[in-house]
Design a protein around this ligand. Sequence first.
Ligand code: HEC
Length: 146
Amino acid sequence: MRFSILTASALTALVICSGVVSVVHGHGDVTPQAVETEGLEPLPEEIQTENPYRLAGGEQYELAQTIGASGYNQNCARCHGLEAISGGIAPDLRLLEEGEFGDEWYMERVLKGYSQNGAYKMPPFKELLSQEAMWAIRSYIETRPM
Ligand code: HEC
C-alpha cells in the first residue's frame, strides 16, 4: 500500500516535471515544419535557379510572400531573427543579393545547410521543405525592407 502511494506520487512528480521541461524546452525552439503551399504553381522536380514566383509576378508572387512569411517564422526565425531582422546569431538575410545571383546562393545554403567542425550550424532543409516552400520563403525574405 505504502509502496503504491509512493509510486503514484513519484509518477505524478515525473509527469509534472516533464510538463515543465517541455514548456521550457519549447520556448524559442521550433521544430522544422512542413509548409502548406496550396495555391502556388507546383514546380518541376529539378531545382530552379531563379525564384519562379518572382518571375511569375502578380498573385503568385503575393501568395508566395504570404506563405513564405509563415514558413520563415516556423523554420528560420529562431536563428535568422523575427521578420528576417537578425539578432546576430546568423546572417541577416535581408542582405542577400537580389535577383538570380542571390537566388542561387540562397538555394545552395537552404538545401545543404552549413556545417563547421562536423556540427551543423544550419540544418540542411533538402528533406524538410518542398522546393515550393523554399522559394516562398525566398519571396518573403526578398521583400523585407532593410
Ligand atoms: C540553427 C540555426 C539556423 C536555422 C534554423 C537556419 N539557419 Fe540559415 N544560417 C545559419 C547560420 C549560422 C548561417 C551562417 C553560415 C555561414 O557562415 O555561411 C546561415 C546562413 C544562411 C544563408 C546564407 C546567408 C549569407 O549571407 O551568406 C542563407 C541564405 C540561410 N541561412 C537561409 C536560411 C533559411 C531560408 C532558413 C529556414 C528555412 C534557415 N537559414 C534556417 C543558421 C540557421
